[in-house]
Structure formats: structure tokens, C-alpha cells
Design a protein around this ligand. Structure first.
Ligand code: ATP
Length: 229
């Protein structure tokens, strides 16, 4: 389902004459099967978020290939990647990244507006997803009127709204207290088990890492481990 080969990326920092290349992802190879939950752990600055952003097509790697469901993401231009993301991927952020001027309902609905889906169908789909993640009563509320856990449920509902086969999550429980973290973890597990959604989750959290089928460790831009326990 996900096949990554020889993926490398560096950032360029500094001024024109004295610029430096900082390698961040180095010759990463890995595969994820349909329906797996894979976690990625590793020290701060080891390159985890950069790897996930490459998988989401937010940016293009310097080298290497990413195949998502047999589609080569790395062969697409920026606009094609954005379109592919909108149609086929979900992304969950640590700090939720909700639009503050939109209600919870409108945040979840937003990707469908971008996809040009008409209002009647949008309503059916948003209502169904909101119910599934336990958000029915908070639809009219703005993000700043919601708890952290509720905001993350809105983030998850938004990630689910395009019915993606793959969800990428960058520290999805990193801003939550431990009780709320458990709720969100259970929601992720139930989405995986009931709907077969594949998850790749970056985490610092032991409980989240342990709930995964496999765990990789990112170390200085390289991915190690990942064996099935
Ligand atoms: N846009 C950028 N320009 C220059 N350097 C960057 C950029 N983004 C990230 N970096 C650098 O790349 C390295 C890896 O960053 P990344 O965010 O991928 O690490 P991480 O493992 O996700 O860290 P954390 O756990 O703290 O989120 C860091 O040294 C960071 O400073």
C-alpha cells in the first residue's frame, strides 16, 4: 500500500554564499501493508515530521520514490499532489490546525467544499462522520469553544471526510492529557479495526507506540526497526 524507496531530503540554510545543506532524511526504505498501524518514534530533530510531510506530498524529496496505493506521489507536481491529498489521504496534526473562523461542522465540511461536492451530500457526509467520532453536539461551536480532545476529534473527522485509505498523524495525542489521549487512541484503533484505515503515526508516547502493529525509530534521518513483534 505504501512503498518508500531510497527517500532522501535535505534543507538548505544560511545565505547564498555560505549556505549549508542539512541532511534530514537519508536513504529511507520501508513498506506499509493495507490495514496496518505503524508508529515512528525518535528524538526531537531526527527527521520524523519531515518524513511524514514527504509522505503527504507537502513537499518534494531531493531523491527517492514514494508509491501510495500504486500511485507515484514523487512523479507528481505540486498541484497534482494537492489534488491527490484531497482525494486520498487524511492528515492529523498535533496542534489540530483547525480554521478558527469556521465552526466544528464547517471545519469538517471544508475538504468537501474544496472538492466541489454539493451541499446536500456534504451535509449527509458531515453528519455521519460527526456522529461516528462522537461530535454531534458540538457542530455549531468554534474551535476556541472546544476542549483539546474535542478539537482533535474535529481534526480526525476532517481527516476522515474524504474517506481516505491512509491517515498520516503527526503527534496526534501530543497536546492532550492522558485520559483524553486514551480516548483518541481508542478512536484511532476502532477506525483501523472497523474500517481498515491504514495509519502512520509519529509519536513520543509509549502507549501510542505500543498500540501500533510495528514501530520504526528515526535516528539521524534513517529509519530502523519496524519488525512485527
Ligand atoms: N523548513 C526547514 N528549513 C530548514 N531546516 C528544517 C526545516 N524543517 C525542519 N528542519 C530541520 O530538519 C531537522 C528535522 O526536523 P523534523 O521536524 O523533521 O524533526 P522531528 O523528528 O519531527 O522533530 P520533533 O520531534 O521535535 O518534531 C531539524 O534539524 C530541523 O531543524
Amino acid at each position: 500500500m505504501i512503498q518508500v524507496s531510497e527517500l532522501s531530503h535535505h534543507f538548505t540554510i544560511g545565505k547564498k554564499d555560505t549556505y549549508k545543506e542539512i541532511p534530514v532524511v537519508q536513504h529511507v526504505n520501508f513498506q506499509v501493508e493495507e490495514g496496518e498501524v505503524v508508529s515512528i518514534v525518535g528524538r526531537s530533530g531526527s527527521g520524523k515530521s519531515t518524513l511524514l510531510h514527504l509522505l503527504a506530498g507537502f513537499m518534494q524529496p531531493i531523491e527517492g520514490r514514494i508509491l501510495l496505493n500504486k500511485t507515484e506521489l514523487t512523479a507528481m507536481n505540486e498541484e497534482q499532489r494537492a489534488q491527490f491529498r484531497l482525494q486520498s489521504l487524511g492528515f492529523i496534526f498535533q496542534n489540530f490546525q483547525l480554521l478558527p473562523g469556521l465552526t466544528a461542522y464547517e471545519n469538517v465540511e471544508f475538504p468537501l467544499v474544496l472538492m466541489g461536492i454539493e451541499e446536500q451530500e456534504r451535509k449527509v457526509r458531515v453528519d455521519e462522520i460527526m456522529e461516528r467520532v462522537g461530535l454531534t453536539s458540538v457542530g455549531p461551536h468554534y474551535p476556541n469553544e472546544l476542549s483539546g480532545g474535542q478539537q482533535q476529534r474535529v481534526g480526525i473527522a476532517r481527516a476522515l471526510i474524504n474517506r481516505p485509505a491512509i491517515i498520516l498523524a503527526d503527534e496526534p495525542t501530543g497536546s492532550l492529557d492522558s485520559e483524553t489521549e486514551k480516548d483518541i487512541l481508542m478512536l484511532i484503533q476502532s477506525l483501523n479495526q472497523k474500517e481498515g484505515i491504514t495509519f502512520i503515526i509519529i509519536t513520543h508516547d509509549e502507549a501510542v507506540a505500543q498500540a501500533a502493529d510495528r514501530t520504526y525509530t528515526m535516528h539521524d534521518g534513517q529509519l530502523i526497526g519496524g519488525e512485527r513483534l
